[in-house]
Design a protein. Structure first.
Length: 82
């Protein structure tokens, strides 16, 4: 159970940082440039469904509620360890 909590905390922290970076870069209505931030995080496959659910909820809320956030594009990449 402790591993689940630690993993979820890392996910929430990562999402928060991404949201903060995007909202800070786009917050000014006078800003003429659009800044794109890319973050790569690794999610334990045991927690992938929980991560996707949190990501969906947080990204929708960010666009709806945070000034300057115009879009968030979650992307996935599968890696096969050998």
């Amino acid at each position: 159970m402790d591993k689940v909590i630690v993993c979820l905390q890392k996910i929430v922290i990562s999402l928060t940082l991404i949201i903060m970076l995007v909202s800070c870069s786009l917050a000014s209505a006078q800003q003429k440039e659009i800044m794109v931030r890319i973050s790569e995080i690794e999610i334990d496959s045991n927690y992938l469904n929980e991560y996707k659910a949190i990501l969906k909820e947080e990204s929708e809320a960010s666009v709806r509620l945070e000034a300057g956030v115009i879009s968030i594009f979650p992307m996935y990449s599968n890696r096969q360890d050998s």
